[in-house]
Design a binder for this molecule. Structure first.
Ligand code: ARG
Length: 561
């Protein structure tokens, strides 16, 4: 907001449109230098004069009542007249409309997110997909998109053949009833161990999957059982994370939608036989061939994704299709999008893989096959326990301690993921993530709760008792906070453009830091009504902004902590 405003005000002196003026401005490295700086090098080349001379001339010429200018070398340093601007800006950032969603764009985004596999534990990778997808949903909604979330459950594929074969060999119905996911995982692990010794098991698994695809009753019944019990467990996790889906359409939903795709590929002359399988060659894209039908006639992940994309475009009416999936599947998505393109779907360009990196928890990696997994619920429970311990120490009298600990523990995990650049690897340490200081979710939550507590100590009338004192908003720390709050819309826009929730997470931390600096330096509950009104209203705007930013990330902001 600030750079835009300054751009608008100096535009007439530069004789350029206001957007262009704003583009030329930089943010000075040190706020003491001013609120914006205009480098004069380009202008100097154009006018064939030394940049220092241009800077001096401009500093002289710009005579806007809200600005003061000073030439320093080749730059014009520009400062806003704080006392004149601050009361207006306070009003601007206080308005709920300031943080409201943009005008609807009339464009629909379909986000493929979470998408765990049935009969396997909900892994950390699925957690990342869930929290990143959920944050993108909020951020893109705020940016004016109509967003639809789809959970593409892995409920089909050869692993079900393995599960069924394993169940028939060693399954214990009572165990499966009592602790379904753990028992299913044990079966899966045992299958892989035994199959190393006895490769015939793999053939058996393939045969069972083929039966399942042909609608065999026994296979179908076992499949249904695995799906239902897994879904129950996944739901529990989604409830805790506060995540919902507009659609839950597993891979099996596309079983009857794949043949038309295969036919179309056939008609277009795109299918070739290779080692008994049907493939689409993608040499021209520098990609390995995309297998469409395996040699045993069964379908494959990529075929289902082709049918899925077409469904999302034609039936769900998605203008953009996003896939929040780990970066290890990058080649798969490039293949799928390339095949769509070859089929003549121009909208293939509106499909995008939104990759994310690996997350290690406490230094451990995930591997479903070997059974050495970090169970997600254990991580969540542990985070909540730790949060409860900190709260018990800091605020033993807090009512509703369990609920707050849940919000803080879950918030710590979600924020601990989202504050990182999406594509990088994350070394997640619970102890760090649940701390109330440093760059954590609990720090942002705690700052928010502190402000709410502060506000509850003031007389409600104190906020409106007098016109806010401009001088109280013009001190360095108050001004820095106000500037920070004014950056909300820009942060959301940039996060939406770059599909980067980390921009919102960093923004929330910056607001929390700016508030704490202000709160540390100044007394807020003062006697002077104009000063108190200014400071309390600024604090309230900071709390509202923190709450909104955390909300975009899918993190709760308790009123008390
Ligand atoms: N179930 C898959 C996995 O766990 C992820 C699915 C991602 N979405 C998709 N449309 N392929 O690896």
């Amino acid at each position: 907001m600030m750079i835009e405003t300054i751009g608008e005000w100096i535009a007439p002196y530069l004789q350029v449109p206001k957007e262009e003026a704003a583009r030329r401005l930089e943010t000075p490295p040190d706020p003491a230098l001013g609120d914006a700086a205009l480098p004069c090098f380009a202008l100097a080349r154009e006018l064939r004069k030394p940049p220092q001379a241009i800077a001096a001339e401009l500093a002289e010429r710009i005579a806007h009542p809200m600005l003061t200018c000073r030439a320093v070398g080749a730059y014009v340093n520009i400062a806003l007249r704080r006392e004149a601007v601050a009361p207006r800006w306070l009003e601007a950032v206080e308005a709920p409309a300031f943080r409201a969603a943009r005008e609807p764009r009339g464009e629909r985004v379909v986000i493929d997110m979470s998408s765990p596999n049935i009969a396997k534990p909900f892994g950390i990778g699925h957690l990342r997909s869930t929290v990143i997808g959920n944050a993108l949903r909020h951020i893109l909604t705020a940016d004016g998109y109509d967003v639809v979330r789809v959970n593409h459950l892995g409920d089909w594929g050869t692993q079900f053949g393995k599960m069924i074969a394993a169940y028939r060999a060693w399954g214990d119905a009572e165990q499966l009833e009592r602790r379904p996911l753990a028992a299913a995982l044990e079966l899966y692990v045992r299958f892989h161990e035994e199959a190393e010794r006895d490769p015939r098991l793999e053939d058996e698994a393939r045969a069972w999957f083929a039966k399942l695809e042909q609608g065999d009753e026994e296979a179908a019944k076992l499949w249904r059982f695995f799906v239902d019990t897994s879904l129950q467990e996944f739901r529990r996790i989604y409830d805790r994370l506060g995540v919902e889906f507009e659609y839950e359409l597993g891979e099996s939903f596309y079983n009857d939608k794949m043949q038309p795709v295969v036919d179309r590929l056939q008609d277009a002359g795109l299918l070739e036989t290779s080692d008994g399988a049907q493939v689409v060659r993608l040499d021209d894209e520098g990609l390995p061939p995309c297998i469409i039908v395996k040699s045993d006639g069964s379908s494959i992940y990529a075929t289902r994704d082709l049918a899925t994309a077409i469904y999302r475009r034609e039936t769900l009416k998605g203008d953009r299709l996003l896939y929040v999936v780990g970066s290890e599947q990058a080649v798969h998505f490039r293949q799928v999008f390339a095949v769509l393109k070859k089929l003549g779907y121009a909208w293939a360009d509106a499909c995008a893989h939104v990759p994310f990196g690996l997350m290690r928890v406490e230094g451990k990696k995930m591997s479903t096959r070997k059974g050495r997994v970090v169970m997600l619920e254990d991580v969540l429970n542990e985070a909540v326990e730790r949060a409860a311990a900190v709260i018990a120490e800091k605020n033993p009298a807090l009512p509703d301690r369990r609920a707050v600990a849940e919000a803080v523990g879950i918030g710590a995990v979600v924020f601990g993921d989202l504050k990182h650049d999406r594509e990088g690897a994350i070394d997640f340490r619970l102890e760090e993530a649940v701390r109330f200081e440093g760059e954590t979710g609990p720090y942002a939550q705690y700052t928010h709760a502190r402000i709410r507590t502060l506000l509850s100590k003031a007389e409600p009338a104190a906020l409106e008792a007098a016109a806010p004192s401009p001088a109280a908003l013009a001190g360095d720390d108050a001004w820095a906070l106000l500037k920070q709050l004014s950056g909300y819309p820009a942060a959301v826009r940039e996060a939406a453009e770059r599909l980067a929730p980390s921009i919102v997470a960093r923004y929330a931390l910056d607001v929390a830091k700016a508030f704490n600096r202000f709160y540390h330096a100044e007394r807020v509950l003062v006697d002077d009504p104009a000063e108190a009104a200014a400071k309390l209203r600024l604090a309230r705007a900071a709390a509202d902004t923190l709450q909104a930013a955390l909300g975009l990330l899918g993190v709760e902001a308790p009123e008390r902590m």
